[in-house]
Design a protein. Structure first.
Length: 320
């Protein structure tokens, strides 16, 4: 028993520093923070069961990534891709009409709070977290997805990826080429461009919050790019172009003080948790909004209307 306890303590000490990195890896593979956390738990369970046979032929980090990748590939055998509304059809042309009923049968893409990932990892690999890229990855077959992520993020060599997947180096190189070609089809280059985060992002976020909280549509107009897009999973409708996006928002944000927003970050991008004021004066959680900022303006608003996500950001579900 003493030896078993010592082994377990050593296992935890050596492997725990990689937990957040593995969460990011599983999130890229699955597009869901909920499922990613479950699969990290499964990864650690599998790793502990195999720990006695770990002989150090590969680094501990590589060994854990190998287990995590195989765990994700197994999970993806029974799962469909996680889309955003813009990946399922064209934009709506009726921004002032009521939205249709939520499509609760669709396994929607989820945002990843930056707080769940090591800050250094976010800075070093922010492009690999970007919401547009994670959504684009969902279009790839599972094994192509794994090849692209392992080659581009932890920068595994092609023979290492081939060994993990039980295939040839040539097959890995071919799979990587096909994966990149597919990404070029489903995600315009501008969607994947990553600008340095900093004061400009924070300034745009502050202006965005102020415009909403003051119901200042003119201020919001000045923040939006001409081709801005707004989508709101689990609703299928989404809107493209400054005119339609502003018409949608103008019809719903009409009273100063009707909403409050708390700043956050998700997928290496500025974000907010929005609350709506009820008749009792209490503000209840409405959405988590992730902003894509390009050249000092908002290019995309992805509003996740799932209040259960609020807790992932360490935010309350209500404000007094």
């Amino acid at each position: 028993m003493a030896a078993t306890t010592t082994d377990r303590d050593e296992f935890v000490r050596l492997t725990d520093p990689y937990r957040r990195e593995l969460l990011a890896h599983c999130y890229r593979m699955l597009g869901s923070v909920d499922e990613a956390e479950d699969l990290v738990q499964e990864t650690y369970l599998r790793a502990w069961r195999s720990y006695a046979g770990y002989e150090g032929r590969a680094s501990l980090r590589t060994w854990l990534h190998r287990i995590a990748t195989n765990t994700c590939l197994t999970a993806l055998e029974s799962r469909t891709r996680r889309p955003l509304p813009s990946g399922l059809g064209g934009p709506s042309d009726a921004p002032e009409e009521p939205l249709s009923a939520p499509a609760t049968d669709v396994p929607w893409l989820q945002p990843l709070p930056d707080s769940l990932v090591d800050p250094a990892t976010v800075v070093a690999a922010r492009g690999s977290f970007r919401l547009a890229l994670v959504a684009a990855l969902q279009h790839l077959p599972a094994r192509q997805r794994a090849v692209l992520i392992l080659r581009d993020v932890p920068a595994w060599r092609a023979p290492e990826v081939a060994s993990l997947l039980g295939t040839s180096t040539a097959a890995v190189k071919s799979s990587l080429q096909r994966a990149r070609a597919r990404l070029d089809e489903v995600a315009p280059d501008e969607d994947l461009v990553v600008e340095p985060a900093g004061a400009a992002d924070r300034e745009v976020l502050d202006r965005y919050v102020s415009a909403f909280e003051n119901a200042d549509m003119e201020a919001l107009l000045g923040l939006l790019q001409d081709g801005v897009e707004l989508e709101m999973p689990p609703h299928l409708e989404w809107f493209g172009g400054k005119k339609d996006v502003l018409r949608f928002l103008r019809a719903r944000v009409q009273e100063k003080g009707g909403v409050r927003m708390l700043p956050a970050r998700a997928n290496g991008q500025p974000a907010v948790v929005m609350y709506e004021r009820g008749v009792d004066g209490v503000f209840t959680a409405h959405s988590v909004q992730v902003l894509t900022v390009e050249e000092g303006a908002v290019a995309r608003i992805t509003a996740f209307l799932d209040v259960e996500l609020v807790g992932r950001f360490g935010m309350p579900k209500a404000l007094s």
